[in-house]
Write a protein that binds this ligand. Structure first.
Ligand SMILES: Cc1ncc(COP(=O)(O)O)c(C=O)c1O
Length: 380
């Protein structure tokens, strides 16, 4: 792995050696006594990480499967859903919801802004919404939504509306307290701040949402994603009993299990603080270099990633290969309207929680050197 470049994108992120080792284990039956507790305990650990007494799901797939699971299980054709849209992933979640017949209303914001509480409140007055979705961190802009305040407004003004958080780029790096904040669904995936390889869709679902799912009038229009099939499986593994619907991604679950244990052992609260500190450090260097963030204010900039505009005269096609030559893989832009104008750096997981690895310093030093090699001069 000596030629390995640090994967400093907003997911997949760098893995701990023990997580990597868990992927390199011999073939193991998904109903064996070695595997059952790994999945069962991972379900329990997720409750601690999400601060919920609700139902976690760990299913082979990626974060996108979490959109399908939410849409096909909780929404019935013709129902209204409000999407708080702060970028690319709001558009995509909206498309997924429409696939299952939802009537989607988007509350959009200018690029770099966070969802506005007044706009959400105004939208709730117009119609009855079965659910509201909020992208906690829109990975295309690095914008952090204030899910606690939005949830508070929804609970007050439209208490029956289910509150769904796309936490794919936030679980494990941003503060989320599912039960205390009244959140019904948190969607995430293994490859971001949960610190495991891609391959698992991870959900937390409130008891209220499970009740609404069980009371639905029409059948679920999806086979694999149907919670009627997965609920007994999750329950069985948690009770340490073998069960089968579709083969779990055994090694991915082993890897996730190792990572979740590390997260809980270090302390979830401490993790929130460490991500805030690392983010502040990155954003200070970005500022000192005279670069501009895509988020329009630090109060709504994500703590697990930074989206940064290229300075005048520097192109992504020039900067990103130079960063790679310094051993750092960063990501280009994703938001279609500004994609060629900015780049993204991930600062999540072990790169943050184990500062002795030097990942953040290496990234910032590479950024400084690469900009200089592009001919950029820091404004004095
Ligand atoms: C906020 C957000 N939602 C959803 C997704 C989709 O997840 P996946 O690529 O794992 O399917 C991503 C992926 O980066 C994301 O950042």
């Amino acid at each position: 792995m000596s030629s390995h470049k640090l994967c400093m994108i907003p997911g997949p992120i760098e893995f701990h050696e023990d997580v990597l080792q868990a992927m390199a284990t011999p073939a193991t039956s998904h109903v064996s006594p070695t595997f059952i507790p790994a999945l069962g305990e991972s379900i329990e650990l997720l409750r601690q990480i999400l601060f919920t007494s609700g139902q976690p799901f760990i299913i082979a797939g990626s974060g996108t499967l979490g959109w399908d699971m939410t849409a096909c299980n909780l929404i019935e054709a013709g129902e209204n859903v409000l999407v708080c849209n702060s970028g690319y992933f709001g558009d995509r979640f909206g498309e997924c919801l429409e696939t299952y017949g939802a009537n989607v209303t988007h509350v959009r914001v200018p690029i770099g802004d966070a969802p506005q509480l007044e706009a959400v409140s105004a939208a709730l007055q117009g119609k009855k919404f079965k659910a509201i979705t909020i992208t906690h961190v829109d990975t295309s802009t690095g914008v952090l939504a204030d899910i606690k305040s939005i949830a508070e407004i929804v609970r007050k003004e439209s208490p029956e509306t289910l509150i769904v958080v796309d936490g794919v780029c936030s679980v494990g790096s941003e503060e989320i307290r599912m039960d205390a904040w009244g959140i019904d669904v948190v969607i995430t995936a293994s490859q971001k701040a949960l610190g495991a390889p891609p391959g698992l869709c991870v959900l937390g679902v409130s008891e209220r949402a499970i009740g609404i799912f069980k009371a639905r009038k029409t059948p679920v229009a999806n086979y694999y994603a149907n919670w009627n099939r997965w609920l007994p499986i999750m329950n069985a593994y948690e009770a340490r009993k073998p069960s089968y619907f579709a083969t779990p991604a055994v090694q991915n679950v082993f890897a996730l299990h190792v990572s979740l244990k590390q997260i809980v052992a270090q302390g979830v609260e401490k993790r929130f603080v460490l991500h805030k500190e690392a983010s502040a450090k990155v954003k200070k260097v970005v500022h000192d270099l005279g670069l501009k963030l895509v988020p329009t204010g630090l109060d709504h900039a994500a703590n697990g990633m930074s989206a940064v505009y290229y300075p005048e005269g520097v192109a992504g096609t020039d900067l990103l290969p130079k960063l790679a030559a310094h051993g750092i893989v960063a990501a280009g832009g994703l938001h279609t309207e500004i994609a060629s104008k900015y780049f993204r750096i991930g600062h999540m997981g072990i790169s943050v929680t184990e500062p002795q690895r030097g990942h953040i310093d290496a990234t910032l030093n590479a950024l400084k050197s690469s900009l200089a090699e592009c001919g950029y001069k820091v404004p004095q």
